[in-house]
Design a protein around this ligand. Structure first.
Ligand code: FES
Ligand SMILES: [Fe+2]
Length: 343
């Protein structure tokens, strides 16, 4: 690092460092379970490798390493045959437990014909895979909580968005403590902000007011007063956000999911999904339409972040500043801090 001077003050140079190459331990959501149940193999580039996912004859979703242990064929280009995935190269049949079940032209399957089977979970319409760099199974107490609205007729179905971002996925985690960016990037003025870290769960509680200078109310449309968000990461990549938007005279309750999985050290797949609670005001198609509008609104919020991530540099030596005398933390917030920000 070189030091230059400008007047009396040394110029602070950015230390870019290197993106971490180890991928996090935990449950990672891969998307809506239904999208994997079309009878075809699905290719998932994740954790620096390729995986193949498919549904067996019971509709149970399975994941194996994507490359065949025979001669390296790409199983994602293969075919689902019965419960198994058949390699396109020599038709070896691989079961969901990782064992080769059949080689059509051979009398017996060699005992060493075994590949890696990944631990999966389907819950609330979502498909998860467990990743542990040391190969251990998920501990019993590391779970994804149930989302009551996801299986209730009183809520809409999931609206789902997927995009790829060319940077290390740890960039997105910073958002949970980054109070200041809400005002500038998302046009929401935080009136309350708090982080709580307990075990593998990281929570952000925020109340915000819409910025009328950036989002003026449209004539004849209900006026948005603000939002209340209680968002928790359960492990490294799956966030459930109980998100309420307050309008003049009524509220809209929603659950927003924000999740991702790493493709490589410098790329990740970002997904966000949403369900909205139906109400007397929001019944049937109106609720679905509102969920779609909300989804689009939230999507714009994510795109605002993505735009930042796509253009920013890595930085290991962040330059932090204290907000106000009443604040207890640096500009990106810290554990268990409650702040009343000033404009
Ligand atoms: S490489 Fe897969 S069956 Fe030969
Ligand atoms: Fe953000």
């Amino acid at each position: 690092m070189s030091l230059e001077t400008s007047g009396d003050t040394e110029i602070r140079e950015i230390v870019v460092g290197n993106a971490p190459t180890r991928f996090a331990r935990g449950w990672h959501c891969l998307g809506l379970a239904e999208s994997f149940k079309d009878g075809k193999p699905h290719s998932i580039e994740a954790f620096g490798t390729k995986l193949v996912a498919w549904a067996d004859s019971n509709g149970d979703l399975k994941i194996l390493d994507g490359y065949c242990r025979h001669m390296g064929g790409d199983l994602t280009q293969g075919t689902v045959k019965g419960d198994n995935i058949a390699c396109p190269f020599h038709d070896w049949r691989w079961g969901g437990n990782g064992r080769c079940k059949d080689i059509p032209y051979a009398r017996r399957v060699p005992p060493i014909a075994k590949t890696r089977a990944w631990t999966t979970l389907v819950q609330d319409g979502l498909f998860f895979v467990w990743h542990d760099p040391e190969g251990n199974p998920p501990p019993a107490d590391v779970t994804i909580p149930r989302i009551a609205g996801a299986t209730s007729d009183e809520w809409t179905d999931w609206i789902w968005y997927t995009t790829e971002v060319d940077t290390n996925c740890r960039e997105i985690i910073d958002n949970i403590v980054d109070m200041a960016h809400f005002f500038y990037v998302h046009y929401s003025f935080p009136t309350f902000f708090k982080n709580v870290f307990e075990g593998h769960v990281a929570t952000q509680i925020m109340k915000g007011q819409a910025r009328p200078d950036m989002r003026p109310n449209t004539e004849g449309q209900p006026k948005m007063l603000g939002s209340h968000s209680e968002a928790s990461y359960f492990g490294p990549s799956f966030m459930i956000d109980d998100l309420k938007y307050e309008y003049e005279g009524y509220d809209i309750e929603s659950v927003l999911l924000n999740c991702h999985y790493p493709v490589s050290a410098d790329k990740f797949v970002l997904m966000y999904g949403m369900i909205v609670k139906k109400s007397e005001r929001l019944e049937g198609d109106a609720a679905e339409a509102t969920a779609q509008q909300f989804g689009n609104f939230i999507a714009r919020g994510f795109e605002q972040d993505v735009e930042i991530w796509k253009n920013k540099t890595r930085i290991e030596n962040r330059c932090c500043a204290r907000r106000t005398a009443r604040s207890t933390s640096c500009d990106a917030g810290t554990s268990s801090s409650t702040s009343t920000p000033q404009r």
